[in-house]
Design a binder for this molecule. Structure first.
Ligand SMILES: [Fe+2]
Ligand SMILES: [Fe+2]
Length: 317
């Protein structure tokens, strides 16, 4: 019997499963430090069973073998293209299945492999947004209520794609922007979990560590042979400020790469509107108002305007 390494399985969420749809892979449940076969390839879950299980599914219990990852992805793709599923359900499947890839980005030891695995998420999102004009609205209405870095990264990427479309980016640029925003916090892999998860304010030394994530991100991406300079800039420069008092390089205005200016905006917006352990989320309108009034000096004014129209369009749809 093979040794089971932490990479042998990846998490899935039952909310990606549709009742009565036959699966093309085995699903395992993790209990008492062991994986047990839960649903055999070719079997299906009934509606009632999914409902009961979902109440208990914190996103931590159900797994698919890593060797079945391609099969799982193909299965998700088939669901996304099915005529039988309404767009809001498709958005949910796409978002939830992407979350498991994002967890890998922050957790598996082979970061280059995880970066490669995460790239198709962006292609899937762009294609989905093209074929389902209301998809942004659906995607963002699913935004998580917790503040895991991978959840956050996914949301920042979705907002950035919305902003990029409003700014008139072509498909190739949009794809690169999606990757850059998805990877913007990848440097947090090198920041200790105690600091990342600390409840309450960080002390000076912890804050200095936290700020290093921009530089760590650049280092990680530099070690990957196929990452563009624009994607690296999104990670390295996303905490720079339009007025020049950001970090780590104190760049200002147009010196900051446009991708990093976009991430700066969508990053703050997502942080403000998402539930974190120590603060209450702000409403979209309150967050945007605060960014336009109190924080305006931090952002590219044209992009701040565009962000308004992304959110306004969302509200109207
Ligand atoms: Fe960051
Ligand atoms: Fe971030």
């Amino acid at each position: 019997m093979n040794m089971e390494t932490p990479n042998t399985y990846f998490r899935i969420r039952l909310s990606t499963m549709r009742p009565e749809k036959v699966t093309s892979f085995n699903i395992y449940v993790y209990m008492d430090q062991k994986y047990y076969l839960y649903l055999k390839e070719g079997d299906k879950l009934s509606d009632g069973k999914i409902e009961v299980l979902q109440d208990r599914d914190s996103g931590a219990s159900f797994f698919v073998k890593t060797s079945d990852k391609e099969t799982y992805r193909a299965w998700v793709k088939e669901e996304i293209n099915s005529d039988l599923i309404p767009p809001h359900q498709k958005a949910k499947i796409l978002r939830e299945s992407s979350l498991s890839m994002m967890e890998d980005l922050f957790e598996v030891p082979d970061v280059n492999q995880a970066l490669d695995d995460a790239k198709p998420i962006v292609t899937d999102f762009i294609n989905f947004m093209e074929t389902n004009p209301d998809s942004m609205h659906f995607m963002l209405s699913l935004s998580g209520h917790d503040f895991y870095t991978y959840n956050h990264s996914l949301d920042v990427s979705i907002y950035a794609l919305g902003l990029g479309s409003v700014l008139g980016y072509d498909k190739k640029t949009l794809h690169d922007l999606g990757i850059g925003s998805l990877f913007h916090d990848v440097g947090k892999r090198n920041v200790s979990l105690d600091i990342l998860c600390k409840k309450g304010p960080l002390d000076e030394a912890e804050w200095a560590q936290m700020k290093m994530h921009a530089t760590y991100g650049l280092q990680i991406l530099n070690n990957h042979p196929l990452i563009s300079d624009a994607v690296k800039a999104a990670a390295f420069e996303h905490h720079e400020s339009w007025e020049g008092n950001g970090y780590p390089q104190q760049l200002k205005g147009q010196e900051i790469h446009p991708f990093a200016r976009i991430v700066a905006l969508t990053d703050t917006y997502d942080a403000m509107t998402t539930q974190r352990s120590y603060n209450k989320p702000m409403s979209p309108m309150d967050a945007l108002t605060m960014m336009k009034e109190k924080l305006a000096g931090r952002y590219d004014p044209e992009m701040l305007k565009a962000m308004h129209s992304v959110l306004f369009k969302l509200k109207a749809s």
